[in-house]
Write a protein of this length. Structure first.
Length: 323
């Protein structure tokens, strides 16, 4: 990138954030801090009102705006790809907002770029095996959650916990959102449980943003949460199970909630592949189907099922005290 293009890009970066640290600029453009200082000075000498806070970073003086930004063909293609991803990997609220934003972006494109996007649009697809969302879980709260994060306001949730199939009311202080294992999760301090919890967004039945605010400095950051709990939260076992065809029809949509990523017909059976974050949790669900399922992998799941079966056997063989 030549210096003129870099100065323009730095100016756009400054407009996109309240304060930008010199180290952020250096990292983005792979330049030294000394070069950053020279570039900022050049912008100031050209009449751009760039202010500086010692030890904090650079900012554009309030009221200064760049003229409308023009996108290159490559940037427009990247935005189109983002729109395709959003349509499949986001919820109803963000999907609508991103679509509105893309309409505004397309409005400022040159004619040739518009033609390019139109020819490209039908040739990009994102295929995602996701569970169908029923009316009881509307899956449209991502925008509300983002609002509460930005404003540091408490959220009130009606949340359905799958492990015990109960609906509870939660009051939470959000610290961030994560997309993992094909689902969006809200990470928050739960006032009911007095600890950090993750809430799968497609299991939230209702959300309201409280007028009450919270102090985010009392909590760990999202990065600290991921560093501390991320290995457990994101680890997933690839599980392969073969079900008789008649049983697979009875399972219905439950397979999606337990991490289905693939299924195929093998003779008279259906072979399903899951990504399961917890083998014990998955194994207890598998017990519902008795001896019909055949575990193909991993061997750890077979061992877990043996322990669970022994636990049940001992429970019913032990003499029960009479009341």
């Amino acid at each position: 990138m030549n210096r003129i293009d870099r100065l323009s890009a730095i100016l756009i970066q400054l407009q996109g954030k309240k304060v930008v640290r010199a180290a952020e600029i250096a990292e983005r453009f792979d330049i030294s801090l000394r070069t950053v200082y020279r570039d900022v000075r050049a912008l100031q000498e050209a009449g751009v009102p760039v202010g500086a806070e010692a030890g904090t970073g650079y900012y554009l003086v309030e009221g200064y705006h760049l003229p409308p930004v023009m996108f290159s063909r490559e940037e427009a293609a990247a935005l189109l790809t983002g729109e395709k991803l959003m349509a499949n990997l986001s919820d109803h609220s963000n999907r609508k907002e991103f679509s509105n934003a893309m309409q505004k972006i397309k409005a400022v494109l040159r004619g040739s770029e518009k033609d390019f996007l139109e020819s490209l649009e039908d040739n990009i697809a994102v295929v995602s095996r996701r569970p169908p969302v029923g009316e009881e879980f509307p899956n449209r709260f991502l925008s509300d959650i983002q609002y509460s994060l930005g404003k540091q306001q408490i959220l009130q949730l009606d949340y359905f916990a799958l492990h015990n199939e109960t609906l509870t009311k939660r009051e939470v202080e959000p610290i961030g959102i994560i997309y993992m294992s094909n689902n969006w999760y809200l990470i928050a301090w739960c006032r009911l449980r007095h600890g950090y919890r993750n809430f799968r967004m497609d299991r939230i039945k209702n959300v309201s943003v409280s007028a009450e605010s919270y102090d985010k400095t009392r909590h760990i950051t999202l990065k600290e949460y991921i560093d501390k709990y991320g290995e457990y939260e994101t680890q997933a076992y690839e599980v392969k199970v073969r079900f008789p065809a008649a049983l697979s029809r009875r399972i219905g949509d439950q397979k999606f909630y337990y991490g289905l990523v693939d299924e195929r017909t093998v003779g008279e059976c259906t072979e399903m592949t899951f990504m399961a974050p917890c083998l014990e949790w998955f194994g207890r669900w598998l017990l519902l189907w008795g001896s019909a399922p055949e575990i193909l992998a991993p061997v750890e799941l077979t061992e877990k099922m043996q322990l669970l079966a022994m636990e049940i056997k001992q429970h019913y063989l032990e003499p029960r005290s009479r009341s």
